[in-house]
Design a protein around this ligand. Sequence first.
Ligand SMILES: [Cu+2]
Length: 244
Amino acid sequence: MSLRPWFPLVSWSSWAWLALLASSLLRPLQAEEGGEVTGQVLFEGEIPRPKRIRMNADKECDKMHGETKVYFDNLVVSEGRGIRWVFVYLHGVKGEYPTPADPVQMLQKGCGFSPHVSGVRVGQKLEILNEDPVPHNINCTAKFNKPFNETQSSGNRKEQVFTNAEVMVGFRCDLHPWMGAYCGVTKHPFFAVTDEKGQFTIRNVPPGSYTLKAWHEELGSQGAPVTVTAGASQAVTLTFKGGQ
Ligand SMILES: [Cu+2]
């Protein structure tokens, strides 16, 4: 009889305690559901010298850079042999992943495309913006998506949605032959572009076995098997041989 007034209190505090325990247990588990694939793409052979872009053909473009030298992005190798602008992605991913509402941006800036290599999801918007005071053109040389070739006046914003996976979709500007970019179109979010050290990280990957594929515009493509486990990071090093 004397315990009766305590029942509601005991009951409430038990629930609260259980809820607290459950939330503290669940949070780290959710964070560790997926694994990570990280690594580096390396260059074997004589490190190529950067090639300069001469913009004399368009005085307006040339003026934008003043005394600053501009170089091609088609083969950028660091002192530590890391290759920049490699598109890496997982092959063999099952399941559906929601398409991001935010667009991916590609700029035409300083008479170049920026970034040089990017990735977008099937069904996600790719926004191409001309931030230059000069006109450009977008010549999209897609093969598994609809190609297009349009003029892009200063300040113009072009929106494009790709309906099929394609690694890679190429872009050129016909007014400035040195301008080029590539965009990988994938059905899932498990892709990355290597940084200036050739490094990359693909996060929140569902556990499983995949092929990690790497694409470079001059060095070609290659793949390596990778097995992802929950909460763990899997390191992969890929090496491309330079032209002899
Ligand atoms: Cu241009």
